[in-house]
Design a protein around this ligand. Structure first.
Ligand SMILES: N[C@@H](CCC(=O)N[C@@H](CS)C(=O)NCC(=O)O)C(=O)O
Length: 208
């Protein structure tokens, strides 16, 4: 049985969206962040950083949202959520998948941490909001949003006309950018995200 360790709405939704797109049967284990379950010995044995998501299957346990999405998609090539290995399209696919976690997550999280995160959930404990870091996050996000807008200007999805795992990952960045009120200045990105939100698998994963 496949078990997703999640606490919505967080990066665990990336894994959930992939599970839903692929039609994989799974159960959900809610890691109660408000009660500190992420710091329990039992959960730390699954994810040593005490964050979500993690995924447990009959064959392996894995953490890191991007790694989970890539692995699940590779296990189901018949669903066509990734181009064939070694092709030019696969190069773009890798590029945008890594861009999501390496380039989109940090500025968005900087804005969230320094303008929205309740102080009692700041890590390390006692860290205060820093408006300079929030501003830095906003300007770093703007550069990246422009890059994505240029790519998406004349296509429905990052790789062209076909939806792929890269859209799951950047789509979650759009979700976070909406949550942090960063997306409205980028109509192309906003329209792309609206397109993604029409997908039944997205709606099942994000609960709307
Ligand atoms: N690089 C990790 C980041 C995971 C992560 O930081 N998850 C956040 C939620 S989006 C979390 O669990 N935070 C716990 C906390 O802040 O206490 C991934 O993509 O899976």
């Amino acid at each position: 049985m496949t078990e997703l360790y999640e606490w919505p709405p967080t990066r665990s939704q990336r894994a959930k969206w992939a599970l839903e797109e692929l039609g994989i049967e799974y159960s959900s284990h809610l890691v109660n962040m408000q009660e500190g379950e992420q710091d329990s010995d039992a959960y730390r044995a699954i994810h040593p950083l005490g964050v979500v998501p993690a995924l447990k299957t009959d064959a392996y346990t894995i953490f890191e949202s991007v790694a989970i999405v890539l692995q699940l998609i590779d296990e189901h090539p018949e669903k066509n959520l990734a181009p064939a290995i070694g092709t030019p399209e696969r190069a773009s696919y890798y590029q945008w998948c890594v861009f999501a976690c390496a380039e989109m997550d940090p500025p968005i999280m900087m804005v969230f941490d320094h303008s929205m995160r309740p102080l009692e959930f700041m890590r390390p404990a006692g860290t205060q909001h820093d408006p300079n870091l929030a501003a830095r996050g906003r300007s770093d996000f703007a550069i990246r949003a422009d890059i994505l807008s240029k790519v998406l200007k004349d296509r429905d999805y990052l790789l062209g006309s076909e939806f792929s795992g890269a859209d799951i990952l950047i789509g979650h960045s759009c979700f976070m950018a909406t949550f942090t009120e960063l997306i409205s200045e980028y109509p192309i990105l906003e329209a792309y995200y609206q397109r993604l939100q029409q997908r039944p698998a997205y709606q099942r994963a994000y609960g709307n």
